[in-house]
Unconditional design. Structure first.
Length: 403
């Protein structure tokens, strides 16, 4: 553990930036936005299907914008880029808090998904990838633990806040927190970061490389990595979206289903930490083919029994795969494509992930509405995951891009 302590002691400010951006990306994640959905449905008079369509549309629109916004990371200083992202998140929170019609709500949800889920997470991981080389795996692992910490703590806090101030007041308080706490704290960490001996913006500034999005999209590595990225987002979101209905079908109480999420968050954090040293020692390319195996075990576990204990066990396997996979995948981008275009590369993969989060609930919902049981849906999902695992082993033959 001495290497972890040394890393944190020497680079605590830049690591703090990564953790904060990962943690507060929760503002744009489904598990937090869902807390506001019932109030928004009541405001607009929307059905479940109508609200789901609006949310999916906002998510897809944000995914289509991500390649452009994410690639700006390569050509802007970190300070200016972070200011732009936090400013966008502030506007999104305020916009949703004063929305009164479906157009305004749709635009606000688009901004929440873009700047929250998409670009806050993108900034957290891209910063670690840009500024670390020797301990990149550990740095990504530390920063991305902000995601499970957000999953474990913020839903309770936001629920209490909604009960205290109402849904509009909660969003406005969140916006005030971004303005008065997060922005000054990030500025402080950034100024301190400049004094640490990590690579500076000038040392790693990227001149236009001439590499287009299409060059990345047709790259063999993209075609191998993208299915794994898609699978995780697709299945995670579908399970969380339908977790209460899944619990009802299995005979589990809503309280048990909700409390079981702690297993996912804890295992995810553990996976992130453990994968860091593995990446630094073995390389992300060697580890990548194995990241979905625990996930497959988790999905198959749901087919074994309907006993309540199986749900947190399944979520623990999925969470571990999700956490370790996050560290491995983000390190792999740098190993294959280099750090020079990391913003452009990550933004394309984040686009794949965001699109998957829109399609997962839709696919599961169509099958369930067609009469399939959840077990039948999970069996089909497991077959797809197995195929993606086989595809993932092809990454070992891909050489680093020298462009």
């Amino acid at each position: 553990m001495s290497s972890w302590k040394k890393l944190f002691h020497e680079y605590r400010y830049v690591l703090g930036i990564g953790f904060l951006f990962a943690y507060f990306s929760s503002f744009g994640q489904t598990f937090l936005i869902s807390l506001y959905i019932p109030s928004i449905e009541e405001l607009l008079g929307l059905s479940n299907a109508g609200m789901g369509s609006l949310y999916a549309g906002a998510t897809v629109a944000s995914a289509l914008t991500l390649p452009y916004m994410g690639s700006r990371f390569d050509s802007m200083s970190l300070g200016k880029y972070m200011a732009m992202i936090l400013g966008g998140l502030l506007i999104a929170l305020l916009s949703l808090s004063i929305s009164s019609n479906i157009v305004f709500v749709g635009i606000s949800l688009y901004l929440m998904r873009l700047f929250g889920q998409g670009l806050m997470s993108h900034t957290a991981v891209s910063t670690m990838t840009r500024y670390f080389e020797k301990d990149r795996g550990k740095a990504i692992g530390i920063a991305t633990t902000g995601h499970p910490f957000g999953e474990a703590t913020l839903p309770v806090l936001i629920t209490l806040c909604i009960g205290w101030l109402g849904w509009r007041g909660s969003l406005q308080l969140n916006a005030l927190f971004v303005l008065l706490i997060i922005m000054p704290l990030v500025y402080f960490l950034y100024q301190k970061k400049k004094k640490q001996e990590v690579k500076t913006d000038s040392e790693i500034s990227v001149k236009p490389s001439g590499i287009k999005n299409w060059d990345i999209l047709k790259h063999k590595a993209f075609l191998i990595i993208a299915p794994a990225v898609f699978t995780l987002g697709f299945t995670n979101t579908a399970i969380f979206f339908f977790q209460l209905k899944l619990g009802a079908a299995k005979g589990w109480s809503a309280a048990w289903v909700s409390s079981s999420l702690a297993a996912f968050a804890g295992a995810s954090a553990l996976g992130m930490f453990l994968a860091g040293p593995w990446v630094d020692k073995l390389s992300a390319k060697k580890l990548f083919p194995f990241i979905l195996i625990p996930y497959l075990i988790g999905v198959l576990s749901l087919l074994i029994t309907d006993a309540p204990f199986i749900y947190p066990v399944a979520l623990a396997f999925m969470g571990f795969a999700n956490g370790s996979g996050s560290t491995v995948k983000n390190a792999l981008f740098a190993e294959i494509f280099g750090v020079g275009i990391i913003g452009k590369v990550r933004s394309l993969f984040v686009t794949v992930m965001v699109l998957s989060t829109a399609l997962g609930p839709l696919f599961f919902g169509v099958l369930v509405d067609s009469g399939y049981t959840f077990d039948q849906v999970f069996l089909r999902n497991a077959i797809g995951i197995f195929v993606v695992i086989l595809i993932s082993f092809r990454i070992r033959k891909v050489k680093k891009d020298r462009k």
